[in-house]
Ligand binder design. Structure first.
Ligand code: FAD
Length: 745
């Protein structure tokens, strides 16, 4: 049988990926049909965990309301063998965004999603098993399938394959995962009569094989459906040859024994229904994601996260991306052969880092696990960034989007500076990705976005004044960033006072410090070898700057914790911070043979701008609300660092309270109050404006060109103190409602 008029789009598979794509297309007024071999509601083996990202995507689909009765999950909890816990609470990632997760059985979730797509105008044909792509010459004309024993030909202008990990029709077009061998496996069961369940995603690591007690690259989960019921399961990925022989059921049984022995609340639980398992396909290859007229999304595209096994968020997001690209193509904006090529780039952009990180992490599972376990109770910036990257993939995207945050940086838009910044970030990531994918992904969160942008922009602007060699500007900017990151990582080397429980026999007590030292040296070496491409002179210049910065740090620290005089602090500031902002100009200017006067003015501009930004950041850190347990002040104190407001508050008052004591919540709270009441925030902010003014003066020595105007605009933006948390209504220390708001004004 042949259906009548061709559809705009036929979506094969009505799971989360297919329903999301169908919804977005139907909402744009496209004629879209979904086909699925099942009858809904249908079940699917899954942990049913909807992470915060998945929930955001459900909100985006306009369907979140339908899950009002489900328990809100407040965060993730990593539970190490040996009993240590690490909590990663969810918070909204922006105003009005949902800051929680959900656990919704797939029999319910998928049914709601497909109904939502249908309500938007999509049609669903159930019990339709797609079998073959229909071609007319070199064009695709639709999809052939069987329904109730009858053959159907369904004509459509575009096909979207969303038929899950086992889907095979897309392979007729060379789409989807090339290697059919699954990269992991997972199994789950529903359990009831549990007591003491908290609304968090529990992830238990490591899994061990009872046969030989070897660690297995995976985790066991408990995802609560209510305070007595949970979806419990285990999943693992194949990290080495040995893992191919693992038995999923054996791992699951061992996990249940450990769970019931360790946690009394699980002792009386019983299973409801069958265990269900399925492979996890994470072989994403964006180049195999599209052909003229056809796309592949969700599990069919190998979009299961290779470290965590999550695939619902990627299914929803790839469905949305596919709908955007197909809709654009339907409007005839692009030549037909290339009309869907943008989808490949979207997948690259959204998922490449995450998947590379995950694959790497699985291969080096011991290393990753050690990294997690050894550092869970440490608030050091590097480990914090790595941990967040492993536990929450929104981090990098967040850092990027805050760097690119519209208005603030619009002064540079005419020069399309943001693509340049992104290129440099991509260069930095690719330089360190080969060895440490996880570090590449975490790196952007280690530095403050405004500072990063300003440093990168200085290289760009110098190249604009010169011969405009963008390639050189990119190398310079990436090398400066790597050097700056190497400095930041030094904050992670701290006196190790925290008691730690190790469960791997060979853990070293100083592992975290060794790791931080190694990463710092590694980043510096990368920076150095990158500059080698430009010759010995830039290499020597950058080396000198790094050496001076180290000396400055040493000088400041030599006074002991918090005892550095303010005058010395201000003396070393240009050397340890400012110079990195001028370095890009110095290097670019040298390579491009720009006049010395010119380069000096730019360098001086960068140095002063850098200090202004640094001081403003010090104020913002102290104004930052948040829970006392992870307030930035603690990180500063643990690394033995002080910011200018703290030094000033200490002079005028009793901050020594913190100097030699163990840092507990009460002393932190008291110190914050002292800093706020000392007026040091205000005077530091004013000092930052003076440095901004000096930057302004330096720019006065530059020719009257649009580039110079942009630099001046940047200073004006800084001077206006445009950050609303500063200018208007700063949060109270530690978010206490009882205190009146504090501002440095
Ligand atoms: C045990 C386990 C636990 C998991 N836990 C989680 C978790 O907690 N959180 C998370 O985010 N992810 C989890 N995942 C991954 C997640 O289940 C998948 O990534 C997700 O289901 C992908 O959605 P999809 O729409 O791409 O595919 P699917 O949900 O598999 O949907 C595919 C649809 O296509 C239909 N279909 C297949 N072939 C045909 C055909 N020839 N013709 C017509 N229709 C067809 C099927 O009937 C199905 O409805 C888990 C996976 C497993 C195995």
């Amino acid at each position: 049988m042949i259906s009548g008029l061709p559809w705009d789009v036929a979506v094969i598979g009505a799971g989360p990926a297919g329903s999301a794509a169908a919804y977005h297309l139907a909402a744009k007024g496209r004629r879209v049909v979904m086909v699925d071999r099942s009858v809904f509601p249908r079940d699917k083996a899954c942990g049913d965990g909807l992470t915060r990202t998945s929930v955001e995507l459900l909100a985006d689909l306009g369907v979140l309301e339908k899950f009002k009765s489900s328990t809100a999950i407040t965060g993730a909890q990593l539970i190490n063998r040996g009993g240590t816990h690490h909590n990663a609470p969810y918070r909204p990632r922006g105003p009005g965004r949902p800051g929680y997760g959900l656990v919704v059985p797939r029999i319910e979730l998928d049914n709601i999603l497909r109904k939502h797509a249908m309500a938007a105008g999509a049609e669903l044909w159930e019990q339709f098993r797609a079998t073959q792509v229909i071609r007319v010459g070199d064009r695709l004309d639709g999809i052939r399938g069987h329904r109730a024993g009858e053959q159907f030909d369904l004509r459509a202008r575009f096909l979207i394959f969303a038929d899950g990990g086992a889907g095979s029709v897309a392979r007729q077009l060379g789409l989807g995962v090339a290697n059919r061998m699954s990269t992991g496996f997972a199994v789950r069961g529903y359990y009831t009569d549990i007591t003491g369940l908290e609304p968090v995603f529990q992830m238990h690591v490591p899994l061990t094989d009872p046969l030989d007690n070897e660690i297995v690259p995976g985790y066991g989960w408990v995802f609560p459906l209510s305070d007595t019921d949970a979806n419990i399961g285990v999943g693992f990925f194949i990290g080495q040859q040995r893992d191919l022989t693992l038995n999923l059921r054996r791992l699951f049984d061992r996990f249940l024994v450990e769970l019931t022995n360790r946690e009394p609340g699980f002792a009386a639980m019983r299973r409801v229904g069958e265990l269900r398992g399925a492979p996890l396909n994470c072989g994403l290859d964006p180049a195999r994601s599209w052909r003229p007229q056809a796309l592949v999304i969700g599990d069919a595209a190998g979009l299961v996260d290779p470290f965590t096994g999550e695939g619902i968020d990627t299914a929803l997001e790839s469905g949305k991306c596919a709908a955007e690209v197909v809709s654009f193509a339907l409007d005839g904006h692009k030549p037909q052969r290339a009309s869907l090529a943008d989808y490949e780039h979207l997948l690259e952009q959204r998922f490449r880092d995450r998947f590379e990180t995950g694959r790497k992490a699985i291969k080096t599972y011991f290393f990753t696990w050690k990294l997690l376990e050894s550092t869970l109770e440490v608030r050091r910036p590097l480990f914090r960034a790595l941990r967040e990257t492993l536990l929450d993939y929104g981090t990098q995207e967040e850092a990027r989007s805050s760097a690119a945050a519209g208005g603030t940086w619009s002064w540079l838009e005419p020069w399309t500076v943001l693509p340049f910044v992104q290129d440099v970030e991509a260069d930095v990531a690719s330089i360190i990705r080969a060895e440490y994918a996880i570090l590449a992904q975490a790196a952007p969160t280690l530095v403050d976005p405004a500072g990063r942008l300003a440093r990168i922009v200085m290289s760009l602007i110098t190249s604009r004044y010169g011969r405009g060699d963008m390639q050189t500007a990119r190398i310079v900017a990436a090398a400066v960033e790597l050097g700056y990151l190497a400095q930041q990582v030094q904050f992670d080397i701290v006196e190790d006072k925290l008691p730690r429980r190790h469960s791997i026999g060979d853990s070293e007590p100083n592992w975290s410090n060794r790791f931080a030292i190694m990463v710092g040296a590694y980043l510096l070496a990368k920076s150095n070898s990158l500059l080698g491409e430009l010759g010995a002179k830039p290499q020597a210049l950058a080396g000198k700057t790094s050496a001076e910065a180290c000396e400055a740090w040493l000088r400041e620290r030599s006074y002991g914790r918090g005892r550095c005089p303010e005058s010395v602090y201000l003396e070393v500031l240009p050397l340890k911070v400012g110079c990195f902002f001028g370095l890009g100009s110095r290097l670019s200017g040298t390579v491009n043979d720009l006049p010395e006067l010119f380069v000096r003015a730019l360098e001086s501009f960068g140095n002063h701008l850098g200090i202004a930004l640094h001081l403003q950041n010090e104020v913002k850190q102290l104004l930052d609300g948040g829970r006392s347990g992870d307030h930035p002040i603690i990180r500063l104190l643990e690394s033995g660092s002080y910011s200018l407001p703290m030094l000033r508050a200490q002079l005028s008052n009793h901050l020594p309270l913190l100097m030699h004591q163990d840092i507990d919540e009460q002393t932190v709270e008291q110190s914050l109050v002292i800093v706020h009441e000392s007026g040091a925030l205000k005077t530091t902010w004013q000092l930052s404006l003076e440095f901004a003014e000096r930057a302004h003066e330096a720019a006065g020595n530059l020719p009257d060109l649009p580039e110079t105007q942009a630099l001046l605009d940047l200073v004006s933006w800084l001077s206006e103190g445009s950050d609303p948390t500063i200018a208007l209504n700063s949060p109270v220390p530690l978010g206490r409602a009882s205190r009146s708001p504090v501002t440095p004004e």
